[in-house]
Design a protein around this ligand. Structure first.
Ligand code: 3PG
Length: 204
């Protein structure tokens, strides 16, 4: 199975977190972002067409790594895997969901914000967790202080990250990649303003 780690090694270490206003935006948005070097996209299950968008992107843009985000329960997890999601991002840590993703051979990246949760994730065999919401959970300083306690764990922070603070995160060796919604603001998506999105993406 392909992983986020292998993709970000050769591409940007930034993952756009995308809430699509409609299905028709999926391909033009993905093309705009991938033309700027973003090859890993997280489609959040916050709209009814998210699963269809994941399936379409998987089929029509096989060079991208498409994950499902905001996965909170078993139904959403199985639907995401069926749609072809190659990684699963959750706002929190649920042991059963982690096991289910593992048994389907799909990478699960659960949200954590405490050492207890990181420990639980580590004991479930995970090597990457999402620090969420990163800016409220202690930000880059928190991740830095976890390095000596959890040397094998890498972080994928999201929540409150922008082009102004992303390098605070990316500069740390235990940050695999960082993500957020600033690369695909809903008002620009609604207008189909791919030029403005292209401009933002080029700056990152
Ligand atoms: C997420 O699901 O990871 C967050 O919604 C991203 O947070 P942001 O909107 O602050 O980038």
């Amino acid at each position: 199975a392909r992983t986020v780690k292998e993709f970000v090694k050769h591409n940007k270490r930034i993952v756009p977190v995308i809430t699509l206003p409609d299905l028709a935006s999926a391909i033009p948005l993905a093309d705009t972002l991938s033309s700027c070097g973003f090859q890993v996209l997280e489609i959040t299950l916050r709209t009814e067409w998210a699963l269809a968008a994941i399936a379409q992107l998987k089929q029509e843009r096989p060079g991208l790594l498409i994950g499902a985000g905001t996965v909170k329960n078993e139904t959403q997890l199985l639907q995401s895997i069926d749609a072809g999601a190659e990684f699963i991002v959750s706002p929190g840590l649920d042991a059963k969901l982690v096991q289910q993703a593992q048994s389907n051979n799909v990478q699960m990246i659960p949200g954590v914000m405490t050492p207890t949760e990181i420990m639980e994730a580590e004991n479930q065999g995970l090597e990457t967790v999402k620090l969420f919401p990163a800016s409220l959970a202690g930000g880059a300083d928190f991740i830095r202080s976890m390095a000596s306690v959890f040397p094998g764990m890498s972080f994928f922070p999201t929540g409150g990250i922008t082009e102004d603070n992303i390098n605070d995160y990316l500069n740390m060796p235990n940050v695999l990649c960082a993500g957020g919604t600033w690369l695909s603001p809903i008002p620009l998506l609604q207008k189909g303003d791919w030029n403005r999105i292209h401009e933002i993406a080029l700056r990152c």
